[in-house]
Design a binder for this molecule. Structure first.
Ligand code: BG6
Length: 467
């Protein structure tokens, strides 16, 4: 019933990866270890040590990015590759790798969008207490300063921390395999320290980089009430505030969301706020919001009977629900992926609208995609029609959100090429480009374009006008 708006001319069609999931070369050229080097995806026999070996294949990969017509590439820098112990000595060879990578992108007219920290804390800092140690704030600032200094002439888009909310709500993805997970109280202290660190780094970016733009990259999703029962609506509101608005309110408004602060106090999770912290946080402001969107969640009122918290679809790694706060519910309107992730394109439009009406800042979709079991066909190709269908719907809903008035400036699907999924290794693939290896056999790592590659190439060429 309404005419669709066109994607803006300079729309940043791109794709995403993260350092530890693609680079490999985990101890090459002086790189220090990160927590991910001691982490193992479940049910898989791969680790993150070789991954897709982008460290040695980046030129070939960027050639493919160019062929795809990508306008932007969102990737992260491995902190322990450039500062092996997280603080102190700098590793020039690590800096050179990113220097070369960035130069290659610029040469190919691809805008680099750099995440400072994506799940891979240097192991040396983890051993000293990680984000619970206030020193990590100072170390993160020094590390960011180094990157802004070296790359700020070519990198104009920066992201502070990837999915801080996921690290707090599902910490199992960011700890070594045998580590004991911290208490909620400790996690919310880490959370607070990360807020202070991000705020300082946003300010630093603005003072160091001419035209520099920086924002957070949380995983945001609309939360639906299971029914119109007012109690379910309150539960949805609770979880949406705790899971989403806490993070964006801090980044944009520089204050704790009042409902969440009250919840933290009631539960005994409230962090210690040190003198000056809130001034730092309230002073800084992002230029845009990076948003990772995968799926909505549906919840109902908590029963407070000891069973509000349950594993997600039988997945023991991800627990959903919180005693007395909300209980996870099934949404019969939505289909699931083979890996039991909800598929909800319209939910993406809802999520984008909610974010924009609260914060009024330009949005870059920094992650969105579908994980599946791709395999090399006898004809030498990878027929991932399900991925094309997925993006067709999500691109359309993004265009509808744009038409609704949401300011969306870029879209970087997850992922450019196959990489190690945080939980299922190479059994679950996300790329437009297939990487010929399995969990147990690294084969030749050949890059092969999937059907979705050709489809996405056409979308970019037409600037999404035929979606
Ligand atoms: C996001 C992360 O949460 O989801 C990525 O930022 C991750 O690092 C992606 O790979 C998909 O999740 P998974 O568990 O399927 O790899």
């Amino acid at each position: 019933y309404k005419k669709l708006k066109e994607f803006p001319d300079n729309f940043l069609w791109g794709s995403s990866t993260s350092a530890y999931q693609v680079e490999g070369a985990y101890d090459t050229d002086g790189k220090g270890l990160s927590v991910q080097d001691l982490h193992l995806p479940e049910n898989g026999n791969t680790d993150f040590k070789i991954a897709s070996d982008m460290y040695h294949h980046y030129k070939e990969d960027i050639r493919l990015m160019n062929e795809l017509g990508m306008k932007a590439y969102r990737f992260s820098i491995s902190w322990s590759r450039v500062i092996p112990n997280g603080s102190g000595k700098i590793n020039e060879a690590g800096l050179k790798f990113y220097d070369d990578l960035i130069n290659e992108l610029v040469k190919n007219n691809i805008e680099p969008i750099v995440t400072l920290f994506h799940f891979d804390l240097p192991l040396a800092l983890y051993k000293k207490g990680g984000w619970n140690d206030r020193q990590t704030i100072a170390d993160f600032i020094d590390y960011s300063k180094l990157l802004f200094n070296r790359f700020g002439d070519r990198v104009k888009y920066w992201l502070t921390i990837n999915e801080q909310n996921v690290m707090i709500n599902h910490p199992n993805a960011v700890y070594p395999a045998d580590a004991e997970l911290p208490s909620k109280k400790k996690l919310y202290q880490q959370n607070h320290n990360m807020f202070v660190a991000s705020a300082k780094v946003m300010d630093l970016c603005h003072s160091m980089i001419l035209d520099g733009k920086i924002g957070p990259a949380p995983n945001i999703t609309a939360i639906y009430p299971a029914t119109s029962a007012p109690e379910d609506v309150i539960a949805a509101d609770n979880w949406e505030s705790i899971r989403c608005w806490l993070y964006l309110d801090m980044a944009v408004y520089g204050r704790y969301n009042a409902l969440v602060w009250n919840y933290l106090q009631e539960k005994g999770y409230a962090p210690t706020i040190y003198p000056g912290d809130m001034e730092i946080i309230s002073k800084s402001k992002p230029d845009f919001l990076g948003i990772n969107y995968y799926a909505t969640a549906t919840v109902k009122a908590a029963k407070n009977d000891g069973h509000d918290c349950q594993p997600r679809n039988g997945d023991q790694q991800v627990m959903l629900g919180e005693e007395g706060v909300y209980r996870s519910a099934q949404n019969d309107n939505l289909k699931m992926t083979k890996f039991n992730w909800i598929i909800d394109p319209v939910g993406m439009r809802t999520t984008l609208r909610r974010i924009y009406s609260r914060y009024n800042l330009p949005i870059i979709i920094t992650e969105n995609g579908i994980g599946g079991e791709d395999s090399l066909n006898e004809d030498g190709k990878i027929h991932d029609k399900y991925r094309i269908d997925y993006f067709k719907q999500h691109f359309l809903q993004t265009r509808l959100a744009l038409t609704d008035g949401v300011d969306i400036i870029g879209y970087c699907p997850w992922s450019f090429e196959d990489l190690v999924s945080t939980h299922q290794g190479y059994k679950k693939r996300y790329g437009f480009v297939y990487v010929d290896r399995s969990d147990s056999d690294i084969k030749d790592m050949r890059r092969i374009k999937k059907d979705s590659f050709d489809w996405y190439k056409k979308i970019i060429k037409e600037n999404g006008s035929n979606i």
